[in-house]
Ligand binder design. Structure first.
Ligand code: GLA
Length: 387
């Protein structure tokens, strides 16, 4: 990727890039639909990313070519106006940085990635963080991962108009190779937790549409907010569902309509599962982690109702093939499931599951075994590397 990108840059701008930046996609091991409830998540950055080869410009223009879309964009930092498509993410990040008071320089570059797009692996967060890394580099600003994640989230929420939480941006900004990142989304504190050395994560792509994801995601968020309002009648200190325990929920169940009760039950128990997963990972207890992942999937399917026939099938096939645990990852309604596998079985499980899945559904799902990578960073072009 680095070589191809460097070559494309050189062909386009007739000189070598001054730098390369990269930001990864993610999977979430556990802690789904908890981030916008101020709760806990446990994602890891994957070994697939978005890269940008670039050099600074002396003016306030950005000239960027996307190899993946085979499209170019040129805009001035003084006239941001595109909110859709890949250019919307690029301009959104510029807007968020400017809005936060940063002085930005222009730059020109070529961008490419290998995070599958529209598959629920956060290719948009990877794009945002790569662009943020580029701006910070050419503008000589300090790189603060949590702050940049928050600004990228602002770009998504306020510029592009997607009401996501902070998880995808923060893991793309702050991932640690070989580790998952426990994140408390209330104060953005993190703890890097080593992945068990004998375990691997297989990513299972369902090839099923995520068309419902946007509207249903917003509806779930609204239901959680409604639940907070209702629970505050009895517990005025509750700011978010993060502040509610399983026991408190059961004690105040009568305050909630049945559907809302089930949504809350997912969030409350999922937060508890994340904390138990953290303990399991610290003690290399992969069996318990696997069981917690399965419980998370069941809860997303039955209480939060964001799974799909295809994702349920992937989880079932993964368990039958010998995975220690499996669950949908990300918002749901399509996209990907992940399977926690013993290292020696991971490739076989990935292959067996997809063969059977594609045979049964007629879809073109695919799988890959991934490792945990570092978050957004600066990569030098090969010929500039100092030995
Ligand atoms: C999407 C959002 C995240 C998070 C997950 C669900 O990936 O971007 O903020 O809410 O869904 O856990």
């Amino acid at each position: 990727m680095i070589t191809a990108l460097t070559a494309a840059f050189t062909q386009r701008f007739h000189t070598s890039p001054a730098a390369l930046v990269r930001a990864p996609g993610r999977v979430n091991l556990i802690g789904e639909h908890t981030d916008y409830n101020h709760g806990f998540v446990l994602p890891m950055a994957i070994d697939r990313a978005v890269w940008i080869a670039l050099r600074p410009r002396p003016d306030r223009q950005v000239h960027l070519h996307s190899l993946d879309f085979d499209q170019s964009t040129t805009f001035s930092l003084d006239a941001l106006n595109e909110r859709t498509g890949w250019v919307g993410y690029v301009q959104g990040v510029a807007w968020a940085l400017l809005n936060a008071g940063f002085e930005l320089n222009g730059w020109e570059g070529v961008m490419a990635g290998n995070v599958p797009m529209g598959a629920g692996l956060s290719s948009s967060a990877a794009t945002e963080l790569a662009v943020a890394r580029a701006f910070v580099l050419v503008s000589d600003l300090p790189w603060n991962p949590a702050q940049m994640a928050r600004l990228a989230q602002n770009a998504e929420n306020q510029w592009v108009g997607v009401h996501c939480g902070i998880m995808d941006q923060l893991i793309s900004a702050a991932g640690v190779a070989g580790h998952a990142l426990f994140i408390d989304t209330r104060d953005l504190s993190t703890e890097a937790v080593p992945l068990p050395p004998n375990a691997r994560i297989a990513v299972l792509y369902s090839d099923a549409s995520r068309s419902l994801a946007g509207s249903a995601y917003n509806q779930r968020r609204a239901q959680c907010e409604e639940a907070v309002r209702l629970l505050q009648q009895a517990m005025p200190g509750v700011q978010a569902l993060r502040d509610v325990s399983s026991q408190q929920l059961e004690a105040h169940r009568h305050l909630l309509p049945p559907t809302i009760y089930h949504r809350v039950r997912h969030v409350v128990r999922e937060n508890e599962r994340v904390l138990r997963s953290l303990l399991a990972m610290r003690s290399h207890d992969t069996n318990t982690l696997g069981q917690l992942m399965l419980a998370s999937h069941a809860s997303l399917r039955d209480d939060y109702e964001v799974s799909s026939h295809e994702l349920d099938l992937l989880v079932e096939l993964a368990v039958n093939a010998g995975a220690l645990g499996a669950r949908l990852t990300g918002a749901g309604f399509g996209g990907c499931a992940i399977a926690l596998c013993r290292a020696k079985d991971a490739e076989t499980i990935a292959q067996d599951v997809m063969e059977e899945y594609n045979r049964r559904t007629g879809l073109n799902g695919y799988a890959f075994v991934t490792t945990a990578s570092d978050g957004a960073g600066v990569v030098r072009p090969p010929h500039n590397r100092r030995h």
